[in-house]
Design a binder for this molecule. Structure first.
Ligand code: NAP
Length: 236
């Protein structure tokens, strides 16, 4: 007997092995085929194993060849969610940060996003699909001392997102989500470096950010959630 069940929409979530991306993969996995992104087979497989319909996407997105080879394996795509990202290391002050650190952060948070989007746009156009960027409050705010590298990457990501939205308007929807502090490894590392005690309850849960991605994807087709800011109730 032939299977007449309609295929689930297909979504690639980068950075889905941990943190916000993992929560997005688990949320969308309820009714999507999820292509789970991460840098290691082990980390990605652990998430794939939790989902009813998923496949791995293992690539260091800072590496152009690895990215192109992994993207080549995708034949159908309804949505692309960019969650992979890094914060900057100390020292991040302009007077102290080496050129390599600027390159490392901008390469993953901006250049890799543009490159992966370019590679997958033909499939997204065909599907009249969606691109969702996990940006940050740092994409709007004035950074403090040492925060310039990360903020520069998120400002640049916002510019890229605005341009992409206008270039693809009417064909592919483009959404930018700007979370405040989220309880993930990234915040644990950041606050440890700042010498602050870590209180998970003062942060957004990754699942709350994942809910905003679903909101964007489920908006009726004549509507587009262009920018969305989500912040913890607690004020640090
Ligand atoms: P996280 O817990 O540190 O997870 C980072 C994810 O990115 C992991 O899945 C990691 O994969 C992946 N990744 C790192 N380097 C990569 C590379 N070179 N190639 C491919 N994947 C790579 O971070 P998060 O807190 O979930 O952050 C996710 C996104 O949300 C980032 O863009 C971040 O800027 C943004 N954001 C975070 C917060 C926050 O407070 N946490 C707030 C606002 C915005 P592996 O597991 O394989 O290393």
């Amino acid at each position: 007997m032939t299977d007449t069940t309609p295929a689930r929409p297909s979504v690639l979530v980068t950075g889905a092995s941990r943190g916000i991306g993992r929560a997005i993969a688990l949320e969308l996995g309820r009714d999507h085929h999820v292509i789970v992104g991460g840098t290691t087979r082990r980390g990605v497989d652990a998430v794939v194993a939790q989902l009813p319909d998923a496949e791995p996407f293992v690539a260091d997105l800072s590496d152009a060849e690895e990215t192109a080879a992994a993207a080549d394996g995708i034949t159908r795509l309804d949505a692309l969610v960019h969650s992979a990202g890094v914060g900057n290391r100390s020292p991040g002050e302009v007077a102290l940060a080496p050129r390599e650190e600027w390159r490392r952060v901008l390469e993953l948070n901006v250049v890799a996003v543009a490159d992966l989007t370019r590679l997958l746009l033909p499939l997204l156009r065909e599907a009249h699909g969606d691109v969702v960027m996990i940006n940050s409050g740092s994409g709007f705010n004035r950074p403090g001392p040492g925060g310039g590298i990360y903020a520069a990457s998120k400002y640049a990501l916002r510019a890229l997102t605005h341009a992409l939205r206008e270039e693809e308007r009417g064909v592919v929807r483009v959404t930018s989500i700007h979370p405040g502090r989220v309880d993930t490894d990234m915040q644990v590392d950041l606050q440890a470096r700042m010498g602050r005690p870590y209180v998970a309850e003062e942060h957004l849960r990754p699942e709350s950010v994942a809910a905003t991605v679903r909101l964007a994807l489920e908006a009726s087709r004549e509507a587009m959630i262009e920018e969305l800011s989500i912040r913890p109730v607690f004020k640090a």
